[in-house]
Design a binder for this molecule. Structure first.
Ligand code: NAP
Ligand code: FER
Length: 337
């Protein structure tokens, strides 16, 4: 008898903040392997802010998830059976496995995991897509120079926490913005940020940023958008760089929000604002990964992971990203290593 797979599918297109009922937990038999295929058992599933965009019926850099389809996502898993010449039983692999316990694949978009001495979960975090996003977004888009002031929103998350530490490696003064006092303490005490503040208990963002950035802001790494980003523009310096990485504060908006329209600041300060997608740097992932792995091994980049259990809980765990439940990379443990 065929073994049963459990999958989380998109049940309805969300309006505003997704609800758990926008997802469905379904069961289906695992298909028999054909020649050239192998079977992966999911161990860790990554939940990421970009998945909110894939729930919309709007094509962007990728196709939307169709109603009734398994939710997209990267995961780490173990090869349990193989009729593929290049993947063996026992191999640890990562890639577009989706929100499911098992995946039958021909290996498209699946790679072998090589995290050296680090846990395999890091292939989804500091040594995966979020780490690469931090690396290229900071070093290529923002190009920070020693002594410059770098401000990071979403600073205690997977991308932001890595950005801040790379900026420290590059000799910058680093200011983080995050959503709790614990996160602020983590940034300063454990990750070596020069200062940070809790935006949820701060009324006047401009005043707070001015206090923490007496020399102005040279680089702003934007993970969140919205009112925090509005507060950065009045403080940017001549030749400032704004790297637009994410806008999570807006992902659940149902209408276009009206900001304070401060783009004239870019003229006054001859500043540059540039959006980017990590995938535009795919040709250089190997080089970046070597640097990231070295920095992690040397203890120059520290990381945290929040691991919650159960595929059936994946929707709730995903929604936690919008409440700031996670410090560092948020993962779902689908099965034991
Ligand atoms: P993450 O930061 O680990 O998790 C999301 C965090 O966002 C939460 O922990 C929460 O922390 C914060 N947040 C949620 N709603 C917020 C709001 N309304 N205002 C301010 N902060 C809010 O996620 P990540 O994977 O590292 O991604 C960070 C950002 O980078 C996201 O915007 C994502 O879309 C973007 N990204 C872009 C690319 C790219 O290629 N451009 C690649 C990866 C990620 P608090 O407690 O601080 O609120
Ligand atoms: C992300 C946010 C947005 C992300 C990709 C996008 C890979 C792309 C959006 C688009 O093309 O519309 O976190 O991560």
């Amino acid at each position: 008898m065929a073994r049963i797979n459990r999958q989380v599918t998109l049940a309805a297109r969300p309006v505003g903040r997704p609800k758990e009922s926008d997802f469905a937990l379904v069961e289906s038999p695992i298909p028999e392997l054909e020649e050239g295929q192998f079977l992966i058992r999911t161990i860790y599933l990554s939940v990421d802010p970009y998945m909110r965009g894939r729930m919309n019926d709007r094509k962007s850099y990728a196709e939307p998830v169709k109603l009734g389809e398994v939710m997209v996502g990267e995961a780490v898993g173990k090869v349990e059976a193989s009729k593929h010449p290049k993947f063996e039983v026992g191999d640890i692999v990562a890639g577009r496995i989706g929100w499911q316990e098992y995946c039958v694949t021909d290996g498209t978009e699946i790679r072998k995991v090589r995290t050296g001495g680090q846990p395999i979960s890091t292939a989804l975090g500091v040594l995966g897509m979020p780490g690469l996003t931090a690396y290229f977004g900071l070093l290529d888009i923002a190009n920070p120079q020693p002594g410059e002031t770098v401000v990071i929103s979403g600073a205690a998350g997977a991308v932001g926490s890595t950005v801040g530490q790379i900026a420290k490696i590059k000799g910058c003064r680093v200011i983080g913005i995050a959503g709790s006092d614990e996160k602020v303490a983590y940034l300063i005490d454990e990750l070596g940020f020069d200062a940070a503040f809790n935006y949820k208990t701060t009324d006047d963002y401009i005043k707070k940023l001015a206090e923490l950035c007496p020399d102005g802001i040279d680089v702003y790494f934007d993970n969140v958008g919205g009112p925090l980003t509005d507060a950065v523009f009045p403080l940017i310096n001549v030749n400032a760089r704004v790297a637009v990485c994410g806008q999570i504060a807006l992902y659940n908006s149902t209408e276009l929000e009206q900001g304070p329209r401060l783009l004239w600041k870019l003229i006054e300060k001859q500043a540059r604002m540039e959006g980017f997608l990590v995938f535009q740097f795919v040709d250089r992932f190997r080089e970046a990964m070597a640097d990231l792995a070295k920095w992690v091994d040397e203890g120059k980049i520290k990381y945290r992971e929040r691991i919650d259990d159960g595929l059936e809980n994946a929707p709730k765990i995903f929604l936690g990203l919008f409440d700031g439940v996670n410090t560092g990379k948020q993962l779902v443990r689908v099965s034991q290593e």
